[in-house]
Design a protein around this ligand. Structure first.
Ligand code: DX5
Ligand code: ZN
Length: 220
């Protein structure tokens, strides 16, 4: 695990009419680019899929992490693996053969993360923690950028960090939804390793300085 928190700006909040320019704004400070794939079924919104992953790979050298908010995540793992994502994230709530899917993601060369919605307790991951590379704690109900951070997520990060330490594991803890410089230091203090930020970065006047401000909080 890295000593510095990592930042993954979500392009869902970017200006799609000039994606290349938007990505350039965060290129020097971001650790990843977060791709929010939505199917209008698992979540109410539709976003984008393979063509945008392909475009981002052409625009930037930054690693991508693919957040699959779709009802059939296992079906899309191979398709996104073609774009060499550093991380593929599937939702616990819709992944029936979770262990198999995580193994497949790893075979394809990506880190396998499991996301949990705000209503899903962390304890449900008890039997799968040894098999995953990371947990994504959703701090909003997935579907849209610009929503308010749900405070309960803080406790989930704290609990996951405790489980990680108690079992000598090294999975990463990622948080997504309503993250901004105002709650980042608390999240880092509680054990978060990767912070996804959409509107806090792309709706700001100076995306790079927002990234840097968050990255500068040191870990305890
Ligand atoms: C929500 C997405 C998030 C979202 C984050 O469904 O998974 O990644 O884009 O956007 P903000 O940071 O604006 O909440
Ligand atoms: Zn996301």
């Amino acid at each position: 695990m890295s000593e510095l928190v990592m930042v993954s700006p979500s392009i869902l909040a970017a200006d799609f009419s000039n994606l290349e320019n938007e990505v350039k704004k965060i290129e020097k400070c971001a650790d990843y680019i977060h791709l929010d794939v939505m199917d209008g079924h698992f979540v109410p919104n539709l976003s984008f899929g393979y063509p945008v992953a392909s475009a981002i790979k052409k625009i930037s050298k930054l690693p991508i992490d693919v957040h699959l908010m779709v009802s059939n995540p296992a079906q899309h793992v191979e398709g996104f693996a073609k774009y060499n994502p550093e991380i593929i994230i599937v939702h616990y709530e819709v992944c029936n053969n979770l262990y198999r899917t995580l193994q497949r993601i790893k075979e394809l060369g990506s880190k396998a993360f499991v996301a949990i919605n705000p209503h899903t307790p962390v304890i449900i991951l008890d039997d799968i923690l040894e098999s995953l590379d990371g947990v994504l704690v959703m701090s909003v109900n997935p579907g849209f950028s610009g929503q308010k951070f749900i405070d309960r997520a803080l406790r989930k990060v704290f609990m996951l960090n405790g489980m990680r330490k108690a079992r000598g594991l090294d999975f990463e803890i990622m948080v997504d939804g309503g993250v901004s410089p105002s709650n980042a230091s608390k999240l880092i203090e509680l054990g978060a390793d990767i912070l996804v930020m959409g509107s806090a970065v792309f709706k700001s006047e100076d995306p790079e300085s927002v990234c840097r401000a968050v990255k500068n909080y040191s870990k305890i």
